[in-house]
Ligand binder design. Structure first.
Ligand code: UD1
Ligand code: UDP
Length: 375
């Protein structure tokens, strides 16, 4: 259609797919846009889980995941693969999300073609290029290229302005993860069977307090993963506690967890959950242990205390709101902080209030309007 803007949205991993599907739904429904979708396939199974539930059918799928891929080989494959798609699609805008290798390479390939880039979830900064690694540098690279920065919060906008980013290009949109969470919650309410697959575990652990766990950060590989496993083992030894742990498909995570936790009583190590089932896990959990970015945003929205197993966070809003606490990867500290929440009802209640510092569920609509205004 003449006058429509051709938007090429590029993503490749589970969290990007979750945070972009609300925008893809909005672009598809909006006559101002011709929405084109390219997935890199940086993740395979975990990406496909999201595409399926959100009913997203990509126009291009580079399918480039390899087992235990290295950052340099992955980035090289991404740059050439994504560049070729851009040459074919000739988009008016390229949209990337967050801080993965796919997002960084997508922005670079667009820059090499002088195609303007919109960065969704712009301006997150920990201030430490090795925590999280390599995400902190990925997002700084994207930030230096983007023509439109969709900052989820005021803090993120300020971080970009402190780097001398043109203020006219930085807008606070909220984080689309809240749009996604609201969408999936409504789907589950209408069709509870979408999240019914945990019923057996819920029965097995009836009467216990459930700790939900996820971990996958590269900077936690090795010692950090060992310490996290030790902490889980100690917490699960409490008679009233059970752990549900969907284990990330990264072999560096799985190998350690298999070795340290297989067969431990009251620890259910399960395959990655699809989004409705993970939302269900969040809702039944007494507390969450995670090093994930997205989970740090979802847990406060649901009023679930979250102990963040990282040294720094680029998402201080959850900590400021009182729902999240940074505990690092020392086993004694993780266990002490979790025990405090298990033993002290007041401490648990104080962290259990629902806050939404990350968005109001209308971020995708705002980003659509910005894409038009900035075209
Ligand atoms: C990637 C992102 C990280 C993000 C995380 C979300 C980079 C550098 N890292 O980390 O920022 O927080 O995704 O989960 O972009 N694998 C599978 N199937 C899958 C997914 C992964 O088998 O569906 C295995 C493969 O062996 C793959 C490995 O995990 O090589 C690592 O995947 P990769 O995307 O490189 O890194 P993640 O640790 O998943
Ligand atoms: N998630 C999921 N299934 C799981 C674990 C996580 O659907 O088994 C979702 C979670 O709700 C959040 C996102 O995946 O939206 C976070 O992805 P991940 O932790 O892999 O990456 P990060 O957010 O750290 O980049």
């Amino acid at each position: 259609m003449p006058g429509t803007k051709r938007i090429l949205t590029i993503f490749g991993t589970r969290p990007e797919a979750i945070k972009l599907f609300p925008l893809l739904h909005a672009l598809e429904a909006d006559g101002r846009f011709d929405s084109r979708i390219c997935v890199s396939g940086q993740h395979r199974g975990m990406l496909d889980q999201v595409l399926q539930i959100a009913e997203i059918v990509p126009h291009h799928d580079l399918d480039l995941m390899q087992p235990d891929q290295t950052l340099d080989a992955l980035t090289a494959r991404l740059l050439t693969g994504l560049g070729e798609i851009m040459d074919r699609e000739q988009p008016d805008w390229v949209v990337v999300q967050g801080d993965t290798a796919t997002a960084m390479a997508g922005a670079m390939a667009a820059y090499y073609r002088k195609i303007p880039v919109t960065h969704v979830e712009a301006g997150l900064r920990s201030g430490n290029i090795y925590h999280p690694w390599p995400e902190e540098v990925n997002r700084k690279v994207i930030g230096s290229i983007a023509a439109l920065h969709c900052a989820p919060t005021v803090t993120a906008r300020e971080a970009l302005l402190a780097e001398n980013t043109d203020p006219g290009t930085v807008h606070v949109t909220g984080n689309t993860v809240i749009d996604a969470l609201q969408w999936i919650s409504a789907r589950i309410e209408a069709q509870p069977e979408l999240a019914g697959g945990l019923a057996e575990l819920e029965k097995r652990f009836a009467g216990k307090r459930i700790i939900g766990v996820t971990t996958h950060r590269r900077e936690n590989f090795g010692e950090g993963m060992q310490a996290i496993a030790a902490a889980i083992r100690r917490l699960a030894a409490r008679p009233e506690v059970a752990v549900i742990f969907p284990v990330h498909l990264n072999p560096n995570v799985r190998a350690v967890m298999e070795q340290e936790l297989a067969g431990v009583e009251d620890v259910a190590m399960i395959e990655p959950l699809d989004y409705p089932h993970f939302a269900r896990l969040l809702s039944i959990a007494h507390l969450i242990l995670t090093d994930s970015g997205g989970v740090q945003e979802e847990a406060p929205a649901l009023g679930k205390p979250v102990l963040v197993m990282r040294e720094t966070t680029e998402r201080p809003e959850g900590v400021e709101a009182g729902t999240a606490k940074l505990v690092g990867t020392d086993a004694d500290t993780i266990v002490a902080e979790a025990n405090r929440l298990l033993d002290d009802q007041q401490a648990w209640l104080e962290m259990s209030r629902a806050h939404n510092p990350f968005g109001d569920g209308k971020s995708a609509a705002r980003i659509c309007d910005l894409l038009c205004e900035h075209s």
